[in-house]
Unconditional design. Structure first.
Length: 216
């Protein structure tokens, strides 16, 4: 297969989930719901789970049900010392810079957060563009609309020519259904929507040599 485009999820995909950044973001979401919306402690966890399952993100649920100020929410939950949590990754830079395809970050976070993470990893120069939650008009993964948006922005008409890495099986399911070549990062969970599983994106050169050898 000749591949033309590589899509990469951001959080817990490009850096190890063990560094604690995503957990810290989740804690900031809890703080926001407590401090800004005055929601009771025992309701927050249930609401976040419901919104995640129903809408894909906590933000989307809060937009619909509480009319939150989107930028205020995103600035609040991402107000973390990312540069101290995410370390530069020269090996990842070397890998991505060698791939002869456009590379798009495809994330439910916003561009500001994605840029800080990419700058901390020092791989921004490898990225063609960032497809973020605002680009998707807040209709996030795993909603199929988000994947059509990613294809449109990438100028790609054939999903089967696209490779997509994500740490969430849930986000890979609609991509697989559309025809993307799906790769799960950080887990060996067996699922029919997962074509390959790897521990880190650094393994791409071994498991997907076609990204280098069979592009068009």
């Amino acid at each position: 297969m000749a591949y033309t485009t590589l899509f990469l999820d951001l959080d817990d995909t490009l850096y190890p989930s063990t560094n604690g950044l995503w957990h810290a973001i989740g804690a900031r979401m809890d703080d926001y719901m407590r401090a800004r919306l005055n929601l009771p402690e025992d309701k927050i966890s249930t609401l976040r789970k419901h919104y995640f399952l129903e809408y894909g993100t906590t933000l989307r649920g809060l937009q619909i049900h509480y009319q939150v100020d989107t930028e205020d929410f995103l600035d609040y939950v991402h107000d973390l010392p990312i540069e101290q949590i995410v370390s530069p990754d020269p090996e990842l830079y070397e890998l991505l810079s060698s791939i002869p395809l456009p590379i798009f970050i495809f994330t439910n976070a916003n561009r500001k957060h994605a840029t800080r993470v990419l700058d901390s990893l020092r791989i921004m120069d490898c990225i063609t563009d960032i497809i973020d939650v605002t680009t998707m008009n807040y209709i996030s993964k795993p909603n199929t609309h988000a994947y059509y948006t990613s294809l449109r922005i990438a100028g790609e008409s054939n999903p089967r020519a696209c490779v997509y890495l994500d740490d969430s099986v849930r986000n890979l399911v609609p991509a697989h259904e559309l025809g993307f070549f799906t790769i799960l990062v950080g887990s060996q969970v067996q699922n029919p929507s997962v074509r390959l599983s790897i521990n880190r994106p650094h393994e791409l050169k071994i498991v997907m040599p076609d990204l280098w050898n069979n592009h068009r």
